[in-house]
Design a binder for this molecule. Structure first.
Ligand SMILES: Cc1ncc(COP(=O)(O)O)c(C=O)c1O
Length: 401
């Protein structure tokens, strides 16, 4: 029997979904692709310093779980996550003053997945999502994919302005506020306690979800820890806290979580089932084993000490590297600082000349949910040694002149 097809051989395939077609590529991403060259000193990447991954500890953890419970470690598992890891994550919150039970935690495949799950569970196409300005880029992408109207909330060096937030929630009947209140990506800024209380109060009064994304909070070099927004009056039942082992253990493990009220957590678990069934069992068990047998906090304190030296090396070199009239901040932790070149400078337009000197930053423009501020840029200060940072800043001066 001969099977014939009625379709012409060269019929085009159907188009991409509108949401994928609309998002498209990024010219900055194309320029930064060349920064993978080993000779480039890459302040753009946002990568934790790999020499401080505890490879031996992590290897011991994998060896132990594969020796002790191979049938479990290599098996399917529940969508919510391995109970032992959920309990360990919950304990870390409770120890830091935010009472949390294992059932309040959903383990996710990186905290990036937690963002996608929240968008699926909370955001209808056309809903308004309020974001910081500037905002973590991949969160903007998640909300765009969900069909949200993204509206930036004006703010200052302390984060979003609570009065502006109040007005925008009322005007747009916004559903959620997305914020990285501690050592923000991209700006490195931290929202002080009073501001957090005010944001919590607005959310409670207006009926707003808060998504409090906190991958950097443990990387504090100096100053006092500021409590999570979730711990302020009115915020507890409407705040989702996202966390991650990416910046304190290793991003390749792809282990994050969300801490959410029960009904929202259940909705996220159903969304996760559709996305990937569960986060790899062996990774979860290895992380739990690591937490039980090693002192993660001591490890993080060592890493933070090194990051502090690197931040200081960058702060020491910036005055000689940037044009007169530039300003920048001095984060008390995290991985990034934020530069404002003098007015009239355009960090995107300057990037090709900078990359030609074998150094790179990320222009600030893509981080803005609204009109971009062209003279801004983000520098990651943790990936290189102080000597490499000094050399990178020497090249940056050449690239900007
Ligand atoms: C603010 C913020 N949220 C979430 C993530 C995602 O982290 P991961 O998925 O590795 O936990 C990042 C990564 O850089 C980030 O900067």
């Amino acid at each position: 029997m001969t099977v014939t097809s009625s379709a012409p051989a060269d019929a085009p395939t159907p188009p991409l979904a509108a949401r994928a077609a609309a998002i498209g590529g990024s010219p900055v991403r194309d320029i930064l692709a060349v920064t993978a060259r080993p000779e480039v000193i890459n302040f753009a990447g946002g990568l934790p310093a790999p020499e401080f991954f505890d490879a031996r500890g992590v290897a011991a953890a994998y060896a132990a779980v594969l020796a002790e419970a191979p049938g479990r470690a290599l098996q399917y598992a529940t969508t919510e996550g391995e109970p032992v890891l959920r309990a360990a994550v919950a304990e870390r919150y409770t120890a830091r003053g935010l009472a949390t039970g294992a059932d309040d935690v959903l383990i996710t495949t990186g905290s990036q997945q937690a963002l996608s799950l929240l968008a699926t569970a909370l955001v209808e196409p056309g809903d308004t999502v309020l974001v910081e300005n500037p905002c973590y880029l991949a969160a903007l992408q998640v909300f765009a994919f969900a069909g949200a109207r993204v509206v930036p909330v004006p703010g200052d060096a302390d984060g979003v302005d609570p009065d502006a937030l109040d007005a925008l929630v009322a005007e747009h009947r916004a559903k959620l506020l997305y914020t990285v209140p501690t050592f923000q990506n991209p700006s490195g800024r931290t929202m002080p306690a009073g501001r957090r209380a005010a944001v919590a109060a607005v959310a409670a009064r207006r009926g707003l979800w808060i998504v409090e994304d906190d991958p950097y909070g443990e990387l504090r070099f100096e100053g006092e820890r500021v409590p999570w927004i979730a711990s302020y009056p009115g915020a507890g039942d409407r705040t989702v806290v996202l966390g991650s082992f990416s910046k304190v253990m290793a991003p390749g493990l792809r282990l994050g979580w969300l801490r959410a009220p029960a009904a929202l957590l259940r909705a996220c678990a159903i969304a996760k089932q559709a996305a990937d069934l569960h986060t790899p069992t062996v990774n979860q068990l290895a992380a739990a084993w690591y937490l039980e047998h090693f002192d993660l906090d001591a490890h993080v304190a060592r890493v933070a000490g090194v990051y502090r030296e690197r931040r200081d090396a960058m702060l020491a070199g910036l005055p000689g590297a940037l044009p007169a009239g530039s300003t920048w901040n001095r984060p008390e932790g995290g991985m990034f600082l934020w530069v404002r070149l003098p007015s009239g400078y355009d960090a995107t337009a300057l990037l090709p000349g900078v990359v030609a000197q074998d150094v790179a930053y990320v222009p600030g423009a893509p981080f803005y949910g609204g009109a971009p501020e062209a003279e801004t840029l983000r520098l990651c200060f943790v990936t290189q040694t102080p000597d490499e940072i000094a050399e990178g800043l020497r090249r940056l001066r050449l690239g900007l002149s």
